[in-house]
Design a protein around this ligand. Structure first.
Ligand code: ADP
Length: 488
């Protein structure tokens, strides 16, 4: 039996290929290449999709040199979501720079969408109208790229997210596909009918013919050559959804949070598509064959970035890891709260005008208190999202699975458990996104199923909550007050 699968993780700042050993249940090799971004105007973010493809090919080939391609069963993909690429069907060449998920160039257009249409969009796609999602980005390219218009006229234009473009190129133009999770981020996909929505395509004037076929997250997407082998590309999901699967969040109520630059929380709502009344996004968690798992998602723009600011902006600490001993040098934050609204507040507030603040400073406040307050703000953000998730779904969180850079911080994880009053479960393998892609690939190829895939996740440590519920509830109320001030 072939014992490896490769996870191709096409992130925003880097592309990685990681070889997962199905017998040892761990990654045994990683190759990584940084990917450039350009910022041609304020609020604009672009990438060169060809660069993403060439770097993906490069890291895949590095895997081939590390392990024999004869032992590789297939390639799974996890990718940055929402980013849009338009390309030529005949040459596979992008017609314009890719518009990256962070890009705000379509803010005005999105703001002009009438209320009635916004409600329709939310009901059909689970998404609030925002430049973040792909639809307005595709519209912008159709309006502003003469190359795109020319190709559209002669039936050669293709549009898709990063997964679609990579698969198209890796299969030498044979497969034009995406998966349900990526489609669910476009604002064009109806998450109830599980198809592109005619009315929305009409509204955004995007022809259906330029969009890929949508398949399940565990589908076979095509074949690519790796060395002397032809390998299936099978198993595809957007990065956060792949992390949900990699964290074995396969049951209703299972929740994972990724503590990176920002914070991403996904809550599996099972076969029920829950509409959020609290400012969360409804999205597709993953699909296996005909089975759909829905999720509620809350994302904040800033979490670990607060720690980066302490390090690079203020020089309070010399490394991110130093935030832990510094915070531990005081028993608590001494009444100080920090709201990390550097670029506004994301879920559940969606207020781009909010700005960061420290509150509760006294003459006795030390650097350690400030550092601790910044660290604690990350846990408060997750608490806010969990409250919304429980309210929207009527379910209770039983346990929180964590990953991402800041999950290495024991003090933060303990504080998180105390604040949520539930255990926080940290896995040995923190690369949950890549693990999810590898496991979806294994499922697609019949080498695993949902249960065996879940068993591949190994716990490293469980942080149990303190008995003193009241103390942490009071602390949380203090944070909510600080947030209110940042919104003034
Ligand atoms: P991204 O994928 O968004 O770049 P990562 O998952 O690599 O993020 O996490 C990096 C973030 O985690 C940085 O903002 C960094 O400051 C923070 N971080 C890393 N290690 C620690 C730590 N030990 N304590 C607190 N924050 C940390």
């Amino acid at each position: 039996m072939k014992k490896y699968v490769i996870a191709l993780d096409a992130g925003t700042t880097s592309v990685r290929a990681m070889v997962f050993d199905l017998e040892k249940r761990q990654f045994i090799f990683t190759a990584q290449q940084e990917v450039g971004q350009s910022f041609p105007q304020s609020g604009w973010v672009e990438q060169d999709a060809s660069e993403i493809y060439f770097k993906a090919s490069y890291v895949l080939n590095s895997c081939r040199k590390a392990v024999s391609e004869h032992d590789v069963a297939g390639i799974g993909i996890a990718n940055q979501r929402e980013t849009v690429v338009l390309w030529d069907r005949e040459t596979g060449e992008p017609v314009a720079p890719a518009i990256v998920w962070q890009c705000r160039r379509t803010s005005e257009f999105c703001a002009s969408i009438p209320k009635e249409m916004r409600e329709k969009i939310a009901a059909k796609t689970g998404l609030p109208v925002d430049p973040y999602f792909s639809a307005s980005k595709i519209r912008w390219l159709l309006d502003n790229s003469s190359g795109a218009r020319e190709l559209l006229k002669c039936g050669r234009l293709m549009a898709g997210t990063v997964d679609s473009f990579l698969i198209y190129r890796l299969t030498e133009g044979k497969s034009f596909v995406t998966d349900h999770t990526n489609a669910s981020r476009t604002m064009l996909f109806n998450i109830h009918t599980m198809d592109w929505d005619g009315e929305l395509l009409n509204y955004f004037q995007i022809p259906r013919a330029i969009l890929p076929e949508v398949r399940s997250s565990d589908a076979r997407m095509g074949e690519t050559r790796l060395g002397s082998q032809t390998l299936p590309i099978a198993g595809v999901a957007g990065d956060q959804q792949a992390a949900l699967f990699g964290q074995a969040c396969v049951n209703r109520g299972d929740t994972k949070v990724t503590y990176g630059t920002g914070l991403f929380m996904l809550f599996n709502t099972g076969e029920t598509c829950v509409r959020s009344e609290s400012g969360l996004i409804t999205t597709i968690g993953y699909t296996l064959g005909k089975r759909t798992r829905y999720a509620l998602e809350g994302s904040t723009f800033n979490a670990g970035s607060g720690i980066q600011w302490l390090r690079d902006g203020l020089g309070f600490i010399s490394s991110s890891a130093e935030s832990e001993p510094m915070a531990a040098s005081v028993p608590d934050a001494g009444g100080v709260y920090f709201v990390p609204a550097f670029t506004g507040l994301g879920a559940p507030y969606w207020r781009s005008d909010a700005r960061g603040l420290f509150s509760g400073i006294t003459r006795g406040t030390t650097r350690a208190h400030l550092v601790r307050a910044v660290l604690e703000s990350i846990a408060y953000e997750a608490k806010e999202l969990s409250v919304c998730m429980e309210k929207d779904s009527g379910l209770k969180l039983g346990c929180l699975k964590c990953d991402g850079g800041a999950s290495a911080n024991d003090l933060l994880m303990q504080f998180q458990a105390d604040l949520l009053h539930i255990p926080v479960d940290r896995p040995k393998e923190r690369e949950s996104t890549a693990l999810g892609a590898a496991l979806l690939c294994a499922c697609a190829l019949g080498l695993a199923d949902e249960d065996t895939a879940s068993s591949m996740r190994v716990r490293e440590r469980l942080f149990l909550p303190s008995e003193n519920k009241k103390k942490f509830d009071e602390l949380y109320l203090g944070y909510l007050q600080a947030v209110r001030r940042s919104l003034l």
